[in-house]
Design a protein around this ligand. Structure first.
Ligand code: SF4
Length: 222
């Protein structure tokens, strides 16, 4: 691992108890280790009904559970209510990534995270979603703030997990842990579009469950 001095993290309001929405192990690995290093008391909330098919959902979730257990971090396994996700995505099937369907997708995940935080006494929510360079951080932060604003006593922490070497450490940790490496964002439409892009470039479509960090130097998509 690269030598580095981690910044001391200060969740908003001087709070130390955080509910971390996690999208997958590669994206949350650095976020988790950074919070542990600062003594932040956090629990993982895994709510990602966007991920398709279910086999891919379980691959990503199980990898995240494994890493949480390794660090002794609590893990809330929330619903895989994909029917509701598809209902909300109706009419947005051909939206490009970072468009309106993604806003809906982030909204849905943050809404459930904020509700759980409200019902279980977490004053702060945050997410691993923004650490991926494939994502629009402003779009994610807007969704997080909108969800938290529904509840008194719940605040969204818009910390930029990419800064201070966070992006590089995300890759280092993923390689160290040999995390499962997803090759598309998550939903059936991102799988369709990624495969179309690959075919256009003369590449084979994605095969689920075969790629792991550390096996080559390419970077997956969180
Ligand atoms: S591309 Fe990713 S963020 Fe956008 S709707 Fe699909 S799974 Fe959600």
């Amino acid at each position: 691992m690269t030598d580095f001095v981690r910044p001391i993290l200060n969740p908003p309001g001087g709070q130390k108890k955080v509910l971390l929405h996690s999208c997958c192990a590669p994206c949350s690995g650095e976020v988790m280790e950074a919070m542990l290093a600062s003594g932040v008391d956090y629990t993982i909330f895994f709510y990602n009904p966007n991920i398709h098919p279910e086999r891919e959902y379980l691959l990503r979730k199980d990898e995240n559970v494994r890493f949480a257990e390794k660090h002794g971090v609590g893990f809330i396994d929330a619903d895989y209510d994909k029917d509701n996700w598809f209902a909300r995505a109706k009419g947005m099937e051909w939206e490009p990534e970072r468009g309106a369907r993604c806003t809906m997708c982030f909204d849905m995940r943050f809404e459930r995270t904020a509700l759980y935080a409200h019902e279980h006494g977490f004053p702060v929510i945050t997410s691993s979603l923004g650490i991926s360079r494939w994502k629009n951080m402003a779009q994610i932060n807007d969704c997080g703030k909108r969800a938290a604003a529904k509840y008194d006593g719940v605040e969204y922490w818009d910390y930029n997990w990419r800064k201070g070497g966070g992006s590089a450490r995300m890759i280092e940790i993923s390689k160290r842990e040999e995390f499962y490496q997803q090759e598309y964002c998550g939903c059936v439409y991102s799988l369709r579009d990624t495969n179309a892009h690959r075919r256009a470039g003369g590449r084979e479509p994605i095969t689920l469950g075969v790629k792991f960090y550390g096996q080559d130097s390419t970077e997956g998509e969180g």
